[in-house]
Design a binder for this molecule. Structure first.
Ligand code: DC
Length: 221
């Protein structure tokens, strides 16, 4: 049987890396919900809309069409996979994710995508709001030093400009914003299993969650 797996946690905790590995191991489909918020933010940026202007941001939603194919994300047909990773887009994404209309617009698409099971979704509100009945919920955390260093290395590998202190500040302020917003703030679902990956290798983390997924499937059979 195919289950749904929710992976939530703070920024740069390695959720998407782990989700991709797991999706391969289980032959499941991975949905990066953060990328969807990033698309809305990127579209606002491209249209010179201030992310703090809720009315204008929400008015853009009718012109936004998001598609995910393989590892790529398309915004109105354009492959924006790389562009949405810029630091400026990260802060914009956290800002626009506060708005009710934005959340409703994206959450309904995420629920639709996950309706048949066999999906791994990562984000901030997957276990609490998007898939409250997900068969396996993981809350993935890591120390701020560890997360900033990982993101810094990732940026360098992608050929992007990167400054460790700036990344640390950006992650901290984004986490604060994501945890303190009124709607669907980042928090651990009561039935989520918390994994601190600070001192774990990618292999160890993915293996641990893989085992949990197999156990879950066995108990449900
Ligand atoms: O996962 P990420 O860093 O790419 O997400 C970018 C922003 O999008 C994050 O700061 C908050 C928002 N987000 C959200 O509110 N809910 C989600 N399920 C995923 C992301």
């Amino acid at each position: 049987m195919k289950i749904n797996i929710a992976i939530d946690g703070p920024a740069a905790a390695g959720k998407s890396t782990i989700a991709k590995i797991l999706a391969k191991k289980l032959d499941y489909t991975y949905i990066d919900t953060g990328a969807m918020y990033r698309c809305v933010a990127y579209f606002a940026l491209m249209n010179d809309v201030d992310p703090n202007d809720e009315v204008k941001v929400c008015d853009l939603l009718k012109d936004i069409h998001i598609d995910m194919k393989a590892d790529k994300i398309f915004l109105n047909g354009e492959d924006v996979s790389k562009k949405i990773r810029e630091n400026e887009v990260s802060m914009y994404a956290s800002c626009v994710s506060k708005y009710k209309d934005v959340r409703e617009f994206l959450v309904s698409q995420q629920q639709q995508l996950a309706k048949n099971g066999g999906m791994i979704l990562d984000g901030r509100d997957i276990g609490t709001v998007v898939l409250p009945n997900a068969e396996l919920k993981i809350y993935q955390v890591a120390s701020i030093e560890c997360r900033a260093l990982r993101r810094h290395k990732e940026n360098i590998e992608r050929g992007m400009d990167s400054n460790l202190e700036d990344i640390k500040a950006e992650i901290e302020s984004r986490d604060y914003q994501d945890m303190h917003r009124a709607l669907s703030p980042l928090k651990k679902a009561d039935d989520a299993i918390e994994i601190d990956t600070s001192d774990m290798t990618l292999d160890e983390v993915s293996q641990a969650i893989y085992q949990l997924a197999l156990e879950r499937m066995n108990t449900l059979c």
